[in-house]
Design a protein around this ligand. Structure first.
Ligand code: NAI
Length: 284
């Protein structure tokens, strides 16, 4: 099946980025969020990104005018009724995702693909809430979307091959590198990355080294571009802890036990960069 028109539900950090790269690849995009200010904020971000690209000579003014003409913004989910695929990027909450995906199933064309950008939730569980579980698939972008090359593609238990293939092709057309993963908590990247940050937090909690020493060691000794604790601060320690808790529950394996350092920091409200303090102090 050919995808021409892309719907994006949720215009936050990820949704705005997904809309941007889809438009730049030539697709018409309908961008929907329940909060009008969020839609406006996303449009402003896109306008700024494109103005900068014109300034740098990366794209022409005519091309940007064409991008803008191809973007429809809305606060009404029903405006997604004629798109070929919806990439859902609403908040990471299983009940909300099931609710919006069920709604999408009821209002979209019968062959519309329903993709979800969930970071770790079960595609199969989300799919089962809809009238078309065979057309629901995971399409996991990384932040910031215009920069990060990877898209994890995750079929659920009953997703058909043509749907998986269509999403792989779409990812390629928007300049990304798709990697196929079977459904499992955290897929590939978060399954490996989150326990890595968790172990760094354990090393910190046991007083084996300071945050600076741990990050320096992993950068200089393991070639990491960024230390694991600085990374946890950037992602948000509350977000990392929520994923650790999810892995611990899903796998029922002590190797995923969340670090007490994460718990302590979250209890103190030290969530990382966004609150000005985490493993590091960002107050000035
Ligand atoms: P965000 O909080 O920036 O955006 C979520 C948006 O969903 C908000 O603007 C909210 O108004 C909207 N929303 C909530 N309920 C809605 C509804 N019923 N209908 C329409 N819009 C609704 O969140 P973010 O970071 O963009 O995350 C979105 C999804 O992407 C989550 O599933 C998250 O796990 C995933 N993700 C996030 C990454 C990140 O680094 N932030 C990376 C990869 C995936």
């Amino acid at each position: 099946m050919e995808i021409k028109k892309v719907g994006v539900l949720g215009a936050g950090t990820m949704g705005a980025g997904i809309a941007q790269v889809s438009i730049e690849a030539g697709y018409s995009v309908v961008l929907v969020d329940v909060v009008p200010e969020i839609v406006e904020g996303a449009i402003n971000r896109l306008d700024k990104a494109w103005a900068k690209a014109v300034e740098k000579g990366k794209v022409t003014e005519e091309a940007v005018a064409d991008y803008k003409a191809k973007l429809i913004k809305s606060t009404d989910i029903h405006d997604l009724n004629d798109v070929d695929i919806v990439i859902e990027a609403v908040v990471e909450n299983i009940d909300i995702k099931k609710k919006v995906q069920k709604q999408l199933g009821e209002l979209c064309k019968t062959d519309t693909i329903l993709a979800t950008n969930t970071s770790a939730l079960s595609i199969t569980e989300i799919a089962a809430a809809t009238n078309r579980p065979e057309r629901v698939v995971g399409m996991h972008f990384f932040n910031p979307v215009p920069v990060m090359k990877l898209v994890e593609v995750i079929p659920g238990v009953v997703t058909t091959d043509d749907v998986t293939q269509a999403v792989i092709e779409l990812a390629k057309k928007i300049g990304k590198e798709p990697v196929l993963a079977k459904e499992s908590p955290g897929f590939i990247v978060n399954r490996i990355l989150v326990p890595y940050m968790n172990e760094a937090a354990n090393v910190f909690y046991e007083g084996i080294a300071t945050a600076e020493e741990i990050d320096k060691a992993m950068k200089l000794g393991a070639g990491m571009p960024m230390g694991p604790l600085a990374l946890a601060d950037m992602v948000g320690i509350d977000v990392v802890l929520a994923v650790c808790d999810f892995f611990f529950k899903e796998f029922a394996d002590s190797k995923y036990r969340p670090s007490l350092a994460f718990r302590q920091k979250v209890r103190a409200g030290h969530l990382g960069k966004k609150t000005g303090r985490g493993f590091y102090d960002y107050s000035n």
